[in-house]
Design a protein around this ligand. Structure first.
Ligand code: ADP
Length: 295
């Protein structure tokens, strides 16, 4: 899959500004979080267990009201969306135990009645391709089949923004990435926005074009995966040497880790299209390093 280049002149599909949210008596899960999702972006939301990914996606969708900040979808306040805007959104929650007594055919017929747009040919194609019995009670489907059905339901009305919370959690490891690629392919050709959360790194390679790292209740960094691998390096030296080096390279320090004897390790992002001078020692980083250091 190659990286598509949609013009990013359109307004954001979703925009969060200064969003803070805590559960009763709990600490802040979202802490002044800013985030933008643009048309045509496929974003993997990455964070450790408990980092707040589900909370963030629920706040994004207006299912949880933050104590501070604003959340907009297609330019509208998410707590006051009109039906037309609502119909542009697709959501696959982590788990839903609803509709267990329905069959897939009944479930889809029920949802079809809510949407002005509904692609029946796509639904039929996906049911066959993903091997889901149309007339078996949903409670008798496997966890993976239920998850796929939930995804078909969310794709059927061809949303402009598709939000998936751990969409492949119930699938076996071998199938996860291939399935995600297929899923992303389904929506990309329309220039839609896709955001999915995961804590499994192998899901992201060649699937997510953009990675959003969640840490400390914020999006610590968001950038295309290939740019990160190209531009992020790890440097080691004394604190003074590192300060000098960062300004010489015009690099942005992402994470500093103190070492012994006044030395530190700095993970830094170089400006686009620059190279590290030959006299400077720098280590390339992989996705595992980025996850370990940024989440
Ligand atoms: P993630 O999806 O990254 O694993 P969550 O958003 O599920 O993270 O959880 C973030 C934090 O909020 C965790 O500490 C979790 O225990 C807490 N939390 C999540 N949901 C609730 C809830 N309904 N009530 C109280 N605390 C919650």
């Amino acid at each position: 899959m190659t990286t598509p280049h949609f013009p990013h002149t359109e307004s954001p599909s979703a925009e969060l500004k200064g969003v803070s949210l805590s559960y009763p008596k709990g600490p802040l899960v979202l802490n002044g979080l800013d985030w933008q999702l643009l048309p045509g972006q496929v974003v993997g939301l990455l964070g450790r267990n408990g980092a707040g990914k589900t909370t963030l996606l629920e706040a994004l969708l207006g299912l949880r009201e933050p104590q501070a900040g604003t959340v907009k979808m297609f330019g509208q306040d998410v707590l006051q969306l009109n039906d037309a805007t609502r119909a542009r959104i697709g959501y696959v929650p982590q788990q839903s135990e609803l509709f267990e007594g329905f069959t897939p055919a009944q479930l889809l017929a029920y949802f079809r009645s809510f949407y002005p747009r509904w692609n029946e040919a796509k639904v039929e194609g996906l049911l066959s391709r993903w091997d889901i019995a149309r007339d078996k009670p949903i409670r008798n489907l496997s966890g993976g089949q239920k998850q796929r059905l939930s995804i078909i339901r969310a794709l059927a009305h061809e949303p402009d923004l598709l939000v998936l919370d751990e969409p492949v959690a119930s699938l076996d490891p071998a199938g996860r990435r291939d399935f995600l690629r297929e899923l992303v392919g389904e929506v990309l050709d329309r220039g839609a926005t896709v955001v999915f959360s995961t804590h499994i790194l192998s899901d992201l390679e060649r699937v997510a074009f953009n990675l959003a790292f969640m840490s400390g209740g914020r999006i610590a960094l968001q950038a295309p995966l290939d740019e990160l691998l190209e531009q992020v390096r790890a440097f080691t030296g004394t604190v003074t040497e590192m300060a000098t080096l960062m300004s010489r390279l015009g690099a942005q320090a992402l994470k500093r880790t103190p070492l012994e004897a006044g030395r530190e390790r700095v993970l830094a992002r170089l400006p686009a299209a620059t190279t590290v001078p030959v006299d400077v020692a720098a280590d390339r980083v992989n996705l595992d390093d980025l996850f370990a250091e940024l989440t």
